[in-house]
Design a protein around this ligand. Structure first.
Ligand SMILES: [Zn+2]
Length: 614
């Protein structure tokens, strides 16, 4: 040994070494590794503590120390190591020391039949991959009555039978697969030093043990879209602990009924308003209380209101003009500055092209409307209509709620890209700056990344508003457009709690309900229903339904009539605390998982990734 070994002393058959020396010696040994494996097998390794040293940092015998990092140090015993620097691989020689019992008759035995070697990959140590060379024993079973004569010792805490990797490595890989799926999981694994293939990860995820069976009492059932409008599945969530219980590949009464018969502990089921799930629950859990989710009730009310508002176009327009005036009173108008002539005006031909395209779109809507109503009159089911016309079921329902074809709408520019800069542009407009090119340069300096034309279009709108005597603020609100907001947009504002409405939305609702007694009545009625929902006063539902039926507002009367068909479950929904909020949350998560799989993940994989929490 060279000078570096000065501190290594041979004392009574053992090597006494300092920690830093061990590390300087190790690479020296491994340089010869390619020609002959150099197994480091110190018989004893410990150190005499130096005086005045911190007791917390004393060095334990090196093998005992390294043994702490083995998968299960009660079962495995470290015998030596070999470090291959070129391959960045550390191999540990390990034997087993567990007491062994015959797996069949449970008799303890010590008579060894033979030994063999298993190689397992373990979690990497720093930048080194780690292999365990495991010497496993085979034993005789000496019990005279036992059918088994020879058996191999099991290592249930280290690795599965036949596995090439330790349990803890498999656990890490599975976590990658569950969180990210095959491809992404494998890529992350590589970064973390866990080399694997996407297929292996998927296999690990598929084989993940199902969590211990729970006995759910409150269940949430809802549909989820495999492909929107074409194929749906069913999701089942425990409403008590918010965990996903199962994912069914279809939206069918049979599957739900079958699942419920296997889970007899369920006493409450929260669902949407579909007759299909109602029937499945009735068959599978006849004694369970069915609860209609409140979200779906509000959704149905909003849809009824949208249908009602489709026929109120003049009132919607008048309210928009009223809102523009009210906003102008609040914000104050600005006199229109002189128009700068000579800028490029939008061409006549372009406008004609847009009008023609709009006409074509409107003709298609009318054709769809007529086709749907004709098919429905013949008694065709909604699902069939949707499939025949290549549209989604919700669209079919939306058309069926209409009593006349949709009206043509003039194209609207949403102004989405310019929206973040609107406040600045209006402030500059009020200061007297009306040159759109100048304003574009200014907004660009503030981070606006879109074209000058978009800014110019907004400035034109401000100019037109000024000419009409309106405040610039009217141009940022969808409630002040000359043609009025869409019936759909108004219906959403209508069911939104007043405390959550923006100022312009509230001004619009005031204008709308003050002008027309029918609209005012519809508003009062629907607010009364929303109060029942929010305050959970199911007992008052029947009285509300009577009032709505007698109101003369057809859309609301029809809505009330619809409630009658499912009255028990709806009253339960307006009385009990259960709701499908947790289910909707999981459906959103499911959408993310579906997209991570690029649409290729099957129901088995989605189910595992949804149920197994990482
Ligand atoms: Zn035996």
């Amino acid at each position: 040994m060279g000078s570096s070994a000065l501190l290594v002393k041979q004392v009574s058959g053992g090597i006494y070494a300092r920690a830093e020396l061990l590390y300087t010696i190790l690479p020296a040994y491994s340089q010869n590794a390619h020609c002959r494996p150099a197994w480091h097998v110190p018989r004893v390794a410990c150190r005499v503590p130096l005086p005045q040293e911190d007791a917390a940092f004393t060095l334990p015998p090196i093998l005992t120390f390294l043994g702490h990092f083995l998968p299960d140090r009660m079962t495995l015993s470290l015998q030596g190591w070999h470090l291959d620097e070129t391959a960045a691989q550390l191999t540990l020689q390990v034997t087993t020391r567990a007491r062994v019992r015959c797996p069949l008759c449970q008799t303890p035995t010590a008579r060894v039949h033979s030994r063999y070697t298993r190689t397992l990959t373990d979690l990497p140590w720093g930048s080194y991959t780690l292999r365990l060379q495991l010497h496993v024993r085979k034993f005789f079973c000496d019990h005279p009555a036992c059918a088994r004569q020879i058996f191999t010792e099991r290592l249930p805490t280290v690795a599965a039978p036949w596995a090439r990797r330790t349990l803890r490595l498999a656990e890490h890989l599975r976590a990658c697969g569950l969180a990210l799926g095959g491809e992404l999981g494998a890529r992350l694994g590589h970064r973390l030093g866990l080399r694997t293939s996407p297929d292996t990860l998927l296999r690990l995820v598929q084989d993940a043990p199902t969590p211990a069976a729970t006995a759910p009492q409150a269940l949430g059932v809802d549909e989820w879209a495999w492909r929107r409008g074409q194929r749906y599945g069913t999701i089942l969530v425990n409403l008590e602990d918010h965990q996903v219980l199962d994912l069914l590949p279809e939206r069918s009464a049979d599957l739900v009924a079958h699942w419920l018969t296997q889970h007899p502990t369920v006493t409450v089921v929260c669902r949407d308003r579909s007759a299909l799930y109602a029937e499945g629950i009735r068959r599978g859990a006849p004694h369970a209380v069915q609860v209609v989710d409140r979200f779906h009730l509000v959704k149905n009310l909003r849809e009824a209101l949208e249908a009602f508002l489709h026929d109120q176009r003049p009132a919607l327009q008048a309210a928009a003009a009223g809102t523009a005036q009210a906003l102008t009173q609040v914000a104050g108008s600005v006199a229109a500055p002189p128009m700068y002539r000579g800028r490029h005006q939008s061409s006549q031909a372009g406008q004609q092209r847009q009008a023609a395209a709009q006409q074509q779109r409107h003709a298609a809507w009318v054709a769809t409307y007529e086709a749907i109503h004709a098919l429905r009159a013949q008694g065709t089911p909604v699902t069939t209509i949707a499939a025949q016309l290549g549209i989604s079921r919700p669209t079919v329902y939306a058309y069926l709620r209409r009593t006349r074809p949709p009206s043509p709408r003039s194209p609207q520019r949403s102004g989405q890209v310019v929206r973040p800069s609107m406040t600045y542009l209006m402030q500059r407009w009020r200061e007297g700056c009306t040159d759109s090119m100048q304003l574009w340069r200014e907004t660009r300096a503030l981070g606006y990344a879109h074209s000058a034309r978009t800014v110019s279009r907004f400035i034109t709108r401000l100019r037109q508003a000024s000419a009409a005597g309106w405040a610039p603020e009217t141009q940022t609100s969808p409630y002040t457009r000359p043609q009025g907001p869409s019936a759909r947009a108004v219906s959403f504002t209508w069911v939104c709690p007043e405390a959550k409405r923006a100022q312009d939305a509230q001004l619009y609702m005031d204008q709308l309900t003050h002008a027309d007694p029918t609209l005012a009545q519809a508003y009062t009625l629907s607010q009364a229903f929303l109060a029942l929902v929010r305050e959970r006063r199911g007992a008052a539902l029947v009285a509300w339904m009577t009032e709505a039926s007698a109101s003369g507002i057809e859309a609301l009367a029809r809505f009330a009539q619809g409630l009658q068909e499912d009255l028990t479950a709806i009253t339960a929904g307006l009385t009990l605390p259960w709701s499908n909020g947790p289910v909707e949350g999981h459906i959103n998560r499911l959408k993310l998982l579906k997209r991570q799989g690029y649409g290729r993940a099957g129901v088995g994989l989605l189910r595992q990734r949804l149920i197994q929490a990482v």
